[in-house]
Design a protein around this ligand. Sequence first.
Ligand SMILES: *[C@@H]1O[C@H](CO)[C@@H](O)[C@H](O)[C@H]1NC(C)=O
Length: 216
Amino acid sequence: MLKLVACFVLLGQVSSLFDPTTCGQGKTCVAIPDGCITTSPSTCQQGISFKRSSASFLEVELFSNNLGANSAYTSYMAIGFQPAACAEVETASAMPCMASTPVMECSALNGRLMSPAVSWNTADPQNVRIDNAADLATAVALSMSALENANGQTYCKLTQRITGAPLNGLPNANQVFQYDPTQKYAILMAAGVTNGSVLTHHPHPNTMVSKMRYQF
Ligand SMILES: *[C@@H]1O[C@H](CO)[C@@H](O)[C@H](O)[C@H]1NC(C)=O
């Protein structure tokens, strides 16, 4: 009986971190190094999953296995949606993959506990805070339903309205992700340390670019 209880407790802990066993069963997973999800999930450095949780909402999981014990107060994990051609993915284009992309993030800004936010990768490209990010996040009903740091893994789960959000009239509405079914999206992920309200690139963050493009 005790063994059974211990087993349930263990399962409870595991399921609050990234669950690679449900990849391909409703959620799409992208992680590095390539193939780690299917061969040996514990060796994944970082990754994401996404799925349509309802007609209008996208659920995104982000995890990283090398951000350190205090990551919930020092780090960020961010996902970008790139509808344009990406040099790293599609060699025909010279466009930097990260440029001009809306970003969803779990970020510990100014030393506070990781929380959900939207931000923008400029054409430079550089990640910047959007002046009215809080209003945009409200309009797209951005929420974080899980945040964990256990067994060396930092994990968070975000949900955002990706179609039909009431963005009309809001400044910078183009800088928050809204899904265009005529597009296919490359997925970018970066993870690293925060410095004030900046998602730091030096030292270089852990970056990942999906090998293919997706529709949701
Ligand atoms: C952190 O930000 C401050 C203020 O912008 C800057 O002076 C400093 O160089 C940054 N530190 C790192 C490690 O990037």
